[in-house]
Design a protein around this ligand. Sequence first.
Ligand code: GTP
Length: 364
Amino acid sequence: MIEAILLVGGQGTRLRPLTATTPKPMLPVAGQPITVHQIRRARAAGVGRVVLGTSYRADVFTRALGDGADLGIDVAYAHETTPLGTGGAIRNAAEELNCGPNDPVVVFNGDIINGLDIAALVDGHVSSGAAVTLHLTTVEDPRRYGLVPTDETGRVLTFLEKPETEAEIVTNQINAGCYVFRRSVIDRIALGRPVSVERETFPGLLRDGDLVRGVVDDSYWLDLGTPWDYVQGSVDLVTGRAPGAQIPSSAQIRGGQSLVLDGANVSPEATLSGGTTIDRGCVVAADAIVDGCVVMTNVHIGQGARLFRSAVGAGAKIEAGAVITEAVVGDGARIGRDAVIGAGARIGVGAVVPDGITVTANSD
Ligand code: GTP
């Protein structure tokens, strides 16, 4: 039985206001929290116990997941009163592990969905004798990421900060946010102080001459850190572009392209498309169009409203005729009749946009 650590303690600032009440890993993708999606995939790969490294809004995780019995896996928690960063969180969570010093421990960032073969990553790690094995993915434009060049055997050569010039782009391989550690290597990380795994732990291992391996796996991969990538991730799971969606049994797939959860009331005259999810307790009135969106619980969408590639927080009210494009609407907000919410706009929790008003990304 393999143990895993799931890092879920970040503030999720880039996803505000959605993360004002719900921590990023508990935001729903295809009708279930990202964390639940990840735990199910880990379980299918042979992980039997997972320690959640919590900090921000830890109560939301414990309330929803408890001891993991509903997911058929043992869930434990390691809480940080002040966030310890990725490396510090891994070290802190290790206090809750049961495995021995030479056993593999899988570590996941809590905001990634991927098609990685987790079991193969673990097997390769164990047979290589590496201190750490990293999942790497390749990206077309590596400028937004730290780079991880490897030699032809997969040995990581160095960890590079985001490249600033063309000459610094020596590879298009990036850290994909999933690792396998030898347990004893985690125990070497300083306990009780902030540590970045990318900036401190991994470079330190290279300096000490430890074998750090990178395995390039180019199956589906998405970091859900921004609102647009978050919506895209949910859409990809609903449409099947991202593998491993566990659609709740009570949910209904409409036209193969959209998901309506049990207890939502969608008018037959409304149009859902593009991988949209309509969550429990929502009402979607006639002639509304919802394309490529995440609509969370108990949202009311009025007659003829049109929503495109947007995320709408729980309990929001979108009045008749409103148009929302590539925007984020916080929990409980009200978008007035015929209001227009433009690309990149973020409407705060409980905010009220008056009837007929246009909001753009820069207007506050
Ligand atoms: P932003 O504030 O938008 O950058 O998001 P974030 O706070 O989630 O940070 P980031 O995307 O870099 O974090 C990657 C993963 O590590 C996420 O799953 C976070 O929940 C997690 N994480 C980041 N910092 C900490 C920390 O200090 N403690 C714990 N336990 N997890 C963390």
